[in-house]
Design a protein around this ligand. Structure first.
Ligand SMILES: [Fe+2]
Length: 150
């Protein structure tokens, strides 16, 4: 059910309004804002929804807004994402863009690290969903995970 809701949310997502874009630009340093706006508009919408739900500090906002930034490189749409996930789940070898989609966590974490994002942002991009790695505040992590799963 969760995946179906995600799918519908993805295909019905509206681009950010100028006001929402200004809000994001205010929260992120320029290099990180560029990474945010390089995402497909559906991913921007999801990330902004997560940020609204997560609330909290500017550091938490950065992590929420950028947590799926590793999906940019593969540029796979809703159906491709679903198929890649399903097929890899049953052991079908995946290559090319679909493989890069499946590897978005480590791609995103490396990108964020190279752009000087916070430890929380890098860790959340790499390890969500899952447990917080050593040195990351479990409360921050839980707030982000709950906001992403909602
Ligand atoms: Fe997410």
């Amino acid at each position: 059910m969760h995946l179906i809701r995600r799918f519908v949310g993805f295909v019905t997502a509206d681009p950010l309004s100028p006001r929402e874009q200004a809000y994001v630009s205010h929260l992120l340093r320029p290099a990180l804002a560029r990474a945010f706006f390089a995402q497909r508009h559906e991913d921007q919408r999801h990330a902004l929804d997560v940020q609204h739900r997560a609330g909290g500090s500017d550091e938490r906002a950065e992590a929420a807004l950028l947590h799926d930034v590793g999906k940019t490189e593969s540029d796979v749409g809703a159906i491709g994402r679903s198929l890649a996930t399903l097929l890899s789940g049953v052991g079908v070898p995946i290559r090319g863009r679909w493989l890069r989609y499946l590897d978005h966590s480590s791609i995103g974490a490396k990108k964020l690290s190279s752009l000087g994002a916070s430890d929380l942002s890098v860790a959340f991009a790499r390890h969500h969903p899952g447990s917080p790695p050593e040195g990351i505040d479990p409360e921050e992590w839980r707030a982000l995970e709950e906001a992403d799963e909602a």
